[in-house]
Design a protein around this ligand. Structure first.
Ligand SMILES: *Cc1c(COP(=O)(O)O)cnc(C)c1O
Length: 471
């Protein structure tokens, strides 16, 4: 650094306001004092750092107005909640990174009551004695699935762990090589099995497993035949999986239990949405699985939970496992689950009122009208020389690791910006006051209307308009 530069920097350093002085400028802010102090300290340290590093910094940058505007910006970022609502324009209905399933109002009402008031969570109102939290939903779960007994835990990964720990600890569980899946977030079935202390015996080839493969692997130490739904990938071509019923028959001859991890586990036949046939929970139970596990917040459309149903004897064993206490479901989830189960008592009601199912069920014409309405509103607030707004046919995805190969015909709002790049637009929408997440495809930003509710359309329009007024 040259001599003149050095004196310049020293002058600049001397002109940085003291913390107390800065605090007196911003004493009118109603943010907590510790937050204000933190922002001031960090801001002044930054300024000092910039000067010391010899970076471009002038007296103008140190002017009071300049510093105050930087302060306001930082304070706003710090005070903004980390957790916020997002408009999901991806068209992925069960979007794991965006909270999977949305809950219907009746479930939200129950959650509110569970939090704000005392409840009979573990209190039997008839006997006045301690009750079981599972009792609140077990009967409904059995009624809906046809199972003899059931329980609920924190999520399906916990359900799988708990079942294996109870039924196959220090023993062998036989599973087809083609079903050793990783389901995202580095959750791998073999790793969970290992944690449970069950020894995994893989049989068959990746693409084909025969009944005799299972049969030949059975030893005195075998406890279980395990079937895992290959949720998020699909094998096509020369493949073979053994139907659950045949596994049940084989297990019966050798005194083994059969566990079916259904993953998404739906109570509704997916063909009614124009999707491919998926085994329902009821079918897995009817086919004779001793225990079936599935998620609460995938295709079921409820809160995060792991649902376990099966024979009375096996479920009773699982309930006695001390691990159960560590994996237990909380009261909010339980309250929401009961509401969801009650909606399923009438499938038509479930499909129309559970958002996940209603979105899968949404008719193309409805989505097309929603897109057209959004486009009309957008054209009023976004100049066409800033961004071209149109609509186009797209395919929505079920998500949640279910039915990976299949799309649902849908309609998207299409944005083609001219005053900024596509990536800039995508990012600005993502970090705005109401974040909007879409899909960039073929030089366009697509916002699939299947996962945007009518209620969100005005917010969406404002969010997009804001981006273009700030460019
Ligand atoms: C999603 C999934 C799980 C895990 O379920 P979570 O509820 O996310 O814990 C386990 N097994 C399969 C096959 C899955 O698809």
């Amino acid at each position: 650094m040259s001599k003149t530069n050095q004196t310049e920097s020293q002058q600049l350093l001397r002109s940085i306001p003291k913390v107390d002085e800065f605090l007196s400028w911003v004493s009118h802010h109603d943010a907590p004092l510790r937050v204000i102090k933190k922002v001031v300290r960090e801001l002044l340290e930054d300024v000092r750092g910039t000067i010391l590093a010899g970076k471009d910094c002038s007296a103008v940058d140190l002017a009071k107005q300049q510093l105050l505007s930087r302060f306001d910006h930082r304070l706003e970022l710090l005070m903004r909640a980390n957790f916020c609502s997002v408009i999901n324009g991806t068209g992925v209905v069960v979007h794991t990174n965006m909270g999977r399933s949305l809950l219907p109002d009746v479930a939200m009402d129950n959650i509110l009551a569970a939090g704000a008031r005392y409840s009979n969570l573990e209190f039997d109102l008839v006997t006045g004695k301690r009750g079981s939290r599972y009792a609140l939903v077990e009967e409904l779960l059995c009624e809906l699935t046809g199972a003899e007994a059931g329980l609920v835990v924190n999520n399906n990964a916990a359900a799988v762990l708990l079942c294996l720990d109870t039924l196959a600890k220090n023993r062998e569980a036989i599973v087809s090589r083609g079903q050793l899946v990783e389901i995202g977030g580095s959750f791998r079935i073999p790793d969970v099995m290992e944690k449970s202390g069950a020894r995994l015996v893989e049989v068959g080839a990746t693409n084909r497993t025969h009944l005799v493969d299972y049969e030949q692997a059975i030893t005195d130490n075998t406890a279980m035949l395990l079937k895992v739904h290959t949720s998020n990938y699909r094998m096509i071509g020369f493949t073979k999986e053994i139907p659950l019923r045949e596994l049940v028959e084989l297990a019966g001859r050798h005194g083994l239990v059969v566990m079916d991890d259904l993953g998404s586990g739906s109570l509704v036949d997916m063909t009614r949405f124009g999707l491919e046939k998926e085994p329902t929970v009821q079918e897995a139970v009817a086919d004779g699985a001793d225990v079936v596990t599935f998620s609460g917040d995938k295709l079921l459309g409820g809160p995060q939970a792991g649902l376990i149903v099966g024979s009375r004897e096996v479920i009773e064993q699982i309930k006695q496992n001390p691990l159960n206490r560590a994996l237990r479901i909380d009261k909010f989830t339980l309250a929401a689950l009961e509401a969801i189960f009650r909606l399923y008592m009438d499938e038509r009601v479930a499909v129309s009122s559970i958002p996940t199912l209603a979105m899968l069920d949404a008719n193309y014409d409805v989505l097309k009208r929603r897109a057209a309405r959004t486009v009309r509103r957008l054209r009023k607030v976004v100049a066409s020389d800033h961004c071209l707004v149109s609509s186009a046919d797209v395919q929505s995805q079920v998500g949640g690791g279910a039915l990976p190969e299949q799309g649902l015909p849908s309609r998207a709002v299409v944005l083609q910006p001219s005053t900024c790049s596509l990536n800039q637009l995508e990012k600005r929408l993502r970090v705005g006051a109401t974040p909007v997440v879409g899909r960039v495809m073929d030089g366009r930003l697509l916002l699939d209307m299947r996962t945007v509710t009518d209620r969100e359309v005005p917010e969406l329009v404002t969010a997009i308009a804001t981006v273009f007024t700030s460019f």
